[in-house]
Ligand binder design. Structure first.
Ligand SMILES: [Zn+2]
Length: 361
């Protein structure tokens, strides 16, 4: 939040900025309004404090709307057509501590009915006040998700269900058509790497609650692209999505149907950060596979990626963002013969030929 406020205030002369509430810790929750048109759109990002890719993409969008060198006519039309209300960081306490949950350990995306937290109340009050015609629920997803066969889910979407039966409602359909159009555009850049989230209904989730209230709501999940752990590529794809959504670009087909939405591959949990296949560990004679996952840790105000053993066994149905073949060799993890789940990894090498290093930080 300390980084975001000065940046946000730099737009105070051209866009409207107000504080819509406070976090549980007493930090202000700012909102920025861009445009003055009749179509009202409400977006919120970092409801989960450690998910900042979409926030960065929003600031790219603000910067784009403030410049006058490119797309001037399209931007003017956007500003005249839309009133885009954006809450860049709904969970400033979680953002500060780099946690998904807020100060009280509550997942705000499970608090939509109860509204027990200040942040939930602030969002619900804005929803009631501005009466949006479209909502954008902006998140990051972990690196574990795949989309089409063997492809990473770099951007995923969902038009949440509006009831237990997951029946089609007019607003669900509107959200699906927006998503189909965005997926069509993104397929030019990341073919097969766009995923569709499972739509099981949970009224405690904000998107489901807003859909239940009859307002089309699009869930964005910024994901991983190969080797891009800083997510700068994905940040660009989310930015392109905003341009397309608001008609500033018209890259994708406008002739989309609900079928096109359902044709988007389902998000599947089938990726690991690193897979070392075909190695022997823990004294076993039969080779197995080892997975390493990076855990994001906040250290001295910076995020570091700490590799940990995530799985030992058969990973034949999984893909690694990076993979190596161990050729059936016995390996040592951190110089140890025995290895277990959760161990922080500094080095994996072949026991007999110490020169063969499979993984190192
Ligand atoms: Zn999230």
């Amino acid at each position: 939040m300390d980084h975001v406020m000065p940046l946000l205030e730099s737009y105070a002369s051209i866009f409207e900025i107000e504080q819509i509430g406070e976090s549980e810790l007493g930090q202000g929750i700012p909102m920025i309004k861009i445009g003055h048109g009749e179509k009202v759109v409400l977006a919120w990002s970092q409801m989960h404090g450690n998910e900042s890719t979409t926030t960065k993409a929003l600031f790219d969008f603000f910067k784009f709307c403030a410049q006058k060198d490119y797309f001037e006519a399209e931007i003017s039309e956007f500003l005249a057509t839309y009133s885009f209300y954006v809450i860049p960081i709904l969970n400033p306490d979680g953002a500060k501590a780099y946690t998904r949950e807020n100060l009280n350990g509550i997942d705000l995306n499970r608090d939509a009915q109860q509204q027990s937290q200040m942040e939930s109340k602030a969002l619900a009050a804005m929803f009631d006040k501005i009466k949006p015609g479209l909502c954008l629920n902006l998140h990051d997803q972990r690196t574990i998700y795949g989309a089409a066969e063997g492809k990473t889910a770099t951007v995923s979407f969902l038009s949440p269900a509006a009831n237990e039966s997951r029946a089609m409602t007019p607003n669900r359909e509107v959200a699906m058509l927006h998503i189909a159009r965005l997926a069509n555009m993104l397929n030019n850049y990341i073919p097969g790497m766009i995923g569709r989230y499972d739509d099981s209904f949970n009224a405690n989730c904000v998107g489901d609650t807003f859909q239940m209230a009859g307002i089309p709501t699009v869930l964005f999940e910024a994901g991983h692209a190969t080797a891009d752990y800083q997510r700068s590529e994905t940040r660009a794809y989310i930015f392109y999505s905003f341009l397309e959504l608001f008609g500033i670009t018209k890259t994708g087909s406008s002739e989309v149907t609900v079928d096109d939405y359902y044709k988007i591959p389902k998000n599947t949990t089938n990726f690991k950060d690193f897979i070392l296949r075909n190695v022997c560990v823990n004294g076993a004679l039969d080779p197995c596979d080892i997975a390493v996952q990076y855990e994001e840790v906040l250290e001295d105000e910076a995020i570091s990626f700490v590799p940990k053993i995530d799985f030992i066994g058969d990973l034949s149905t999984y893909f690694g963002h990076k993979e190596k073949d161990g050729n059936g060799l016995i390996v040592l993890v951190n110089s140890q013969v025995n290895v277990e789940i959760g161990v922080k990894v500094s080095k994996i090498l072949a026991k007999d030929t110490h020169s063969t290093v499979f993984f190192t930080v």
